[in-house]
Design a protein around this ligand. Structure first.
Ligand code: PMP
Length: 458
């Protein structure tokens, strides 16, 4: 039985006292009032159950209130909530030891933060201190955070303001092989794609060459001859699960390093096995970043973030101190430790791989059935479904239409997300404990929502 505040009162408080932005992004016409969660399920205040395929934006990694993680949190809460990390305490060291083991050499030095934005801010600072250069290149359409510095790296006008943010950030064209001018689905990596359907000679990709050409143009026109860094996600998250041509990151890293820059992988969404094939998204691109940032799924929804780098780059602080009061909090560390253990025990990366491939296969069939479903992409449980007016123009399906399908999907009991620069992409990034039965349920619901939409508008 629900004993919390009434829906009406919550909405009143939301209007009167909350960040007005959250009214704008209250996703649904009829908002969802969440009461509790368990694994892949959420219940609203009326006791209605939803299959959660958004996981608080890819954040709940092993499942809502996972019993093992909850027990670890409770145990630590009774022992020690906080102490400054100037003292030495076990939870922090146990965690850092475990996290370092998931990363390849030489990525072994870990800074703990409280959010993704904070991690990315620190990564920018490290890159600049280490290289002595200033300019940073990122991809158009990306989201890297909401702090003044990361707002500059974020390339989506929804999150931009007329203030000085993140000097020295320059975006290059996002190598989007669906909505962009070059390429096709054959250019990107997929868990389900088996046929090579492209006329480029083996080992080369015309689309990749052209998007890399755009990057070279940024080098030629926008930045000095030496730069500080390239910042990029292995698969774009907020930008709509955009996947790049297979060698794009590899070629980019090479060019950036030739200009004195370091390469930063933002794994806030793609890390911790979400892409299924690898534990870290960058491993799917056969590259080795100099700095990796992470947050969201790191602690299954408990606020935490991290930056991982090399000893050499970490030495750039010199005599300066990087201090962070809550970074490395014992409760956060105990939770994150238990999350890593749980990922192993529950086989979440394998689930991402298997259920992800199953979902992508099912969604591809749906794509072939409907003129308004333009593209199905992603890897593992980082999936995007791009909605279009029609398959020829590939123009984004307008927001009103997106909302209608979205609302209907929710009313039938499934929560998904929205993304893409024009809000045209449905995002599916569930807790990594979902089953094929859950996938079947979602595919049936989504198919029904599309059918309802087409019927109502034809
Ligand atoms: N990087 C990426 C790729 C993200 O998706 C986000 C959050 N959406 C961030 C950074 C910022 O993280 P936070 O909201 O924890 O500051």
């Amino acid at each position: 039985e629900y004993k919390g505040m009434s829906k009406e009162r919550m909405m009143e408080i939301r209007r009167q006292n909350c960040n007005p932005m959250i009214m704008k992004v209250t996703y649904y016409k009829n908002p969802v009032f969440i009461n509790q969660g368990h694994m892949q399920w959420l219940w609203d205040v009326d006791g209605r159950r939803y299959l959660d395929l958004f996981a608080g934006v890819a954040t709940v990694s092993v499942g809502h209130c996972h019993p093992k993680v909850t027990a670890a949190a409770e145990k630590q809460l009774r022992k020690l909530w906080h102490t400054t990390n100037i003292y030495v305490y076990s939870p922090l060291h146990e965690y850092v030891d475990k996290l370092a083991a998931t990363l390849p050499d030489p990525l072994k030095v870990i800074y703990l933060t409280n959010s993704g934005s904070e991690a990315n801010d620190l990564a920018v600072l490290l890159a600049r201190l280490h290289t002595g250069n200033f300019d940073i290149i990122n991809l158009r359409g990306s989201y890297h955070g909401g702090s003044p510095q990361t707002m500059g790296l974020t390339s989506n006008s929804t999150y931009k303001y007329p203030i000085a943010t993140g000097f020295g950030c320059h975006n290059t064209m996002c190598p989007d092989v669906f909505a962009g001018p070059w390429g096709g689905s054959h250019c990107r990596d997929s868990l389900i794609q088996t046929i090579r359907n492209c006329s480029c000679p083996k080992g080369s990709c015309m689309a990749n060459d052209r998007y890399i050409g755009q990057l070279k143009e940024v080098f030629a026109t926008s930045v000095p001859s030496r730069i500080a860094a390239f910042f990029g996600e292995p698969i774009m998250g907020v930008g709509g699960a955009v996947q790049y041509p297979k060698n794009f990151l590899k070629d980019t890293y090479k060019l950036v390093r030739e200009r004195g820059g370091v390469c930063i992988a933002d794994e806030v969404q793609t890390g911790f096995g979400r892409t299924g094939s690898h534990f870290w998204g960058f491993q799917g691109h056969d590259v080795m970043p100099d700095i990796v940032t992470m947050a969201k799924g790191i602690a299954n929804g408990f606020p935490m973030g991290a930056v991982v780098t090399t000893h050499e780059i970490a030495a750039s602080f010199g005599k300066g101190v990087y201090f962070n009061t809550f970074g490395g909090n014992p409760v956060a560390c105990a939770i994150a430790s238990s999350v890593l253990d749980t990922m192993k025990e529950d086989g979440t990366q394998q689930i991402s791989h298997d259920v992800g491939a199953y979902l992508l296969t099912g969604l591809s069939k749906i794509r072939d059935k409907y003129e308004i479903v333009g593209d199905v992409r992603g890897k593992g449980l980082q999936i995007g479904v791009e909605m279009v007016k029609d398959k020829t123009s590939r123009e984004p399906l307008p927001p009103a239409a997106i909302s209608e399908i979205f609302e209907d999907t929710k009313d039938m009991g499934v929560l998904i997300g929205k993304g893409g620069v024009y809000g045209q992409t449905f995002r599916i990034k569930p807790p990594m404990c979902i089953t094929k039965d859950d996938a079947d349920f979602f595919l049936a619901v989504f198919n029904q929502a599309l059918q309802n939409y087409v019927k109502a508008h034809n």
